[in-house]
Design a protein around this ligand. Structure first.
Ligand code: HEM
Length: 467
């Protein structure tokens, strides 16, 4: 096996590059790639990190030699605090078994039935919108995606608890981000603020989820949704079902993973559209032509290619999962002729890859048109990977893409959203890539549908992202 060590910064004794990383994570990972190339080695406190910046190296970790890696210890510890042993944090055979159980809820046929719920909840949200209304679009998208995931997967209406859950999820996200920075998780029994806030947030989420689970167990009703599947699942050999604890862990994992990410994808889409009137006009033109004012359905999605490209491009520039930093080598491995010692933490960043000019012309510009003519097929796999890849690829990727397109179409056909001036929108790379603080937008009803004649007059000139 090669003993070649990747290039990288020397870093300070003990802490390595931890402080530089914490100061500005996005710049740090981008600069590491720019300065040192396809594979970079650095230290973050106790962790030795290899950051992979080349699609075929990423493939090796997620797929090629995937069995030699597992979710990293720190990652597992962070997620386990609130997700227990659910899909996101589980490893090995247990993960495979749970994934098999949950997968049918995301079968394409089943997802199709969720379309109506997505559109109905969106209609309900905009029902309260009036011309000139100013709202925090991130908060609005988070509530909407929360309602959608709760209704589709658990047939539950959580609107009464939305504010509490939103706050709890933000706290979990922020503490998780801090714990990545610290490089460790404090023992649970320590009476410190981080532990207290974590426990409170978990209790808030559980206070919503547990009654839903208990109610369904009591009624014994099979509603054919994810919750029924989890409750009825039995081990093929032993016939034993999932414990209440495991059902809770899976339910919370999907509840959390299934709304925050999509909310961020939509929030950044609105942000980009507000700054690119040409793109917005083209989107409106497509929606007006195809939908002519009626609500979108699943069947329309095939006729809305530009809507799809807008979402893809927003997730390229602002991938909600900005880094996959949770893989650890289970044994010594070789990648690209470099030696990866057992225990090394692997970082793979969609944010870095999606801004790499080797794969994307004018990589920082918002240009949905780039996705026309099959760019995705021409790109090397893992140059664009907002949903990860391999056996742990996002289980909700089709669900999320359908939801994002339906919500975008249903809102944009009637409303234009503009950024309230004077805001300094900043990226906040926690576990997910969120805006820092509120993102205030003003709602304007669309008065003049663009005709198909105007569509061809719309400029396709790329514009730089203005942040
Ligand atoms: C735009 C929206 C979304 C994005 C960008 C996203 C991104 C991702 C990524 C990158 C992973 C892989 C993480 C890793 O390998 O370490 C993942 C895993 C996962 N996602 Fe998503 N996700 C989204 C929406 C959803 C939705 C809607 C659901 C469920 C309703 C969901 C449930 C999950 C679960 C359960 C996993 C863990 C899968 C496993 O390890 O087997 N996600 N997601």
């Amino acid at each position: 096996m090669s003993k070649r060590i990747p290039p990288g910064p020397k870093g300070a004794p003990l802490v390595g590059d931890l402080f530089a990383f914490m100061r500005d994570k996005l710049s740090y990972v981008q600069n590491a790639a720019k300065t040192y190339g396809d594979i970079v080695r650095y230290r973050l406190g106790p962790l030795t990190v290899y950051q992979l910046n080349r699609p075929d190296y990423i493939h090796e970790v997620l797929v090629g030699q995937g069995e030699k890696f597992q979710k990293a210890k720190l990652d597992g510890q962070i997620f386990q605090q609130f997700l227990g042993n659910g899909l996101l944090s589980a490893n090995g055979d247990f993960h495979r078994q749970q994934r098999k159980l949950v997968q049918p809820a995301f079968h394409s046929k089943r997802i199709e039935n969720y379309g109506q719920v997505m559109v109905d909840y969106t209609a309900q949200m905009v029902d309260g919108w009036r011309d000139g209304l100013m709202l925090d679009i991130h908060e609005a998208m988070t509530k909407l995606t929360l309602f959608i995931v709760s209704k589709t997967l658990y047939d539950a209406d959580v609107s009464a608890s939305a504010d509490g859950i939103g706050e709890a999820v933000h706290t979990l996200n922020a503490i998780g981000g801090d714990q990545y920075n610290q490089g460790f998780v404090f023992p649970k029994w320590l009476p410190i603020s981080q532990n207290r806030r974590m426990a409170q947030s978990v209790a808030t989420v559980d206070s919503v989820i547990m009654p839903i689970i208990e109610g369904r167990r009591k009624s014994g009703e099979d509603k054919g949704d994810l919750l029924s599947m989890l409750l009825m699942a039995q081990d093929e050999e032993t016939g034993i079902g999932m414990s209440d604890r495991q059902v809770r862990d899976e339910a919370v994992s999907l509840f959390l993973a299934g709304h925050e990410t999509t909310s961020n994808a939509l929030t950044w889409t609105w942000y980009l559209l507000a700054q690119h009137p040409e793109v917005e006009a083209k989107l409106h033109a497509e929606l007006d032509t195809v939908l002519a004012g009626r609500a979108p359905t699943m069947r329309d999605l095939g006729n809305l290619p530009y809507t799809d490209m807008v979402i893809k491009e927003a997730m390229r520039l602002y991938p909600p999962a900005w880094i996959l930093n949770g893989r650890e080598a289970l044994e010594d491995v070789e990648i690209g002729g470099y030696f990866v010692p057992k225990g090394t933490t692997m970082f793979m960043s969609p944010y870095v890859m999606h801004h790499d000019p080797r794969y994307f012309d004018e990589a920082d510009a918002f240009k949905p048109e780039r996705w026309a003519d099959g760019l995705e097929k021409r790109l090397p796999r893992y140059a664009y990977f907002p949903f990860g890849g391999g056996p742990r690829v996002c289980i909700g990727n089709s669900f999320a893409m359908m939801e994002a397109r339906l919500v975008l179409a249903a809102v944009a056909q009637h409303y234009q959203l503009s950024l309230v001036p004077g805001q300094n929108v900043q990226l906040d790379p926690l576990i997910t890539l969120r805006p820092k603080g509120a993102m205030m937008m003003k709602v304007t009803s669309r008065q003049l549908p663009v005709t198909s004649g105007q569509l061809s007059a719309v400029s396709l000139e790329p514009l730089a992202v203005g942040d």
